[in-house]
Design a protein around this ligand. Sequence first.
Ligand code: URA
Length: 433
Amino acid sequence: MRMVDLIIKKRDGGELSKEEINYFIKGYTNGEIPDYQASAFTMAVLFKGMSDEETAYLCDAMEHSGDTIDLSEVDGVVVDKHSTGGVGDKTSLVVGPLVASCGAKIAKMSGRGLGHTGGTLDKMESIPGMRINLSKDEMIAQVKKIGIAILGQSANLVPADKKLYALRDVTGTVESIPLIASSIMSKKLASGSNCILLDVKFGSGAFMKNIDSARLLASKMVAIGNGLGRDTRAILTDMRQPLGLAVGNALEVKEAIDTLNGHGPRDFQELCLEASSIILEQAKIVKSKDEAREILLEKITSGEALNKLCEFVASQGGDPSYIRHPEKFELSKTIEDVYSEKEGYIEEINCLEIGESAMRLGAGRETMEDVIDMSAGIVLNKKVGDYVKKGEKLCTIHTNKKDYLKIKQDIHDSFKISEEEIKIPPVVHEYIH
Ligand code: URA
């Protein structure tokens, strides 16, 4: 087999066999196929697409390009949750402990933030002492003992994706649905859980800019997972404004704590309850989502969900006193309100701009080498559909940067205000299963 023939076949719209796709992934991972051929190939895929069979073969070949995790030692169903990434997305920090407090087992490998989106691992590290680099054995022991582990991806998990994603990033080939679907699902499948819930986001702050492309991506990933024997479901959720009120690492952890205490922002609490209900159904703990809601609310009211967060933090070396006393988190030197210059209804809060502004305040990285300021970020006071008076607070900025006035103005400008009444949008738009 020759790589050039596979490139030509795909360029001309042909369908590749399992053997041909295995040849590409194996050769590219071990360095026999050079970057220039792999980039021609990914560009051909971007233009010509892939059938469902080809996408499943690609995903399967990528999953088996390195280590895979065997979770069969853990009794019962193990669930994983994945979000395609957004602004203010701290869902795993609530859903993980919440479903674990109901008896579900959750094993999750998360990522770091880059650009306008945050990462769960960075948020976790805002809790002093918290360790994210658990070994495979530590992860399995922790899930068996307390029902939850969230950690960084191990070094040799899906090496094909590490190389391919880095290549796609610099060759304009990220935005291909079969390549995104196989990239995400290969990592989820290699992580070993029995069930997967995908939170596919759409809107200005998300990878998928509209609901149609989010639906297409979600359907492909659900088909791949179910086809390979894992119960895979997806929700399509709104990222046309930040999720909840807090954007920034420690600020988001505090909002997660509030939510586990029953005082979370409406949209964030709704997303957490919906995702957790589906997970409890996948884990066969309940028969219906309605039954799940009652149990979940009871775990929040009784304090068991928050206790589980403390247990999880302590088990990974973190200091649980920060969960009981969130006022212990260090605050930024500058905490300043941003006021509205107009009166009306909030029509839009540009999520991409809020995410980028939070990063410029110190909450995120522009390159992987940047160091994050855990205290920095933005806390919204208004959401889409709310009424605001002239001179009323839109949000508060937290920063240790000296030169922040331009950022403050950009944050102000990311709120679009209308004279017409605006309906409060739902957060979960569709459930695909
Ligand atoms: N996230 C991934 O893990 N892979 C992609 O291709 C895109 C987003």
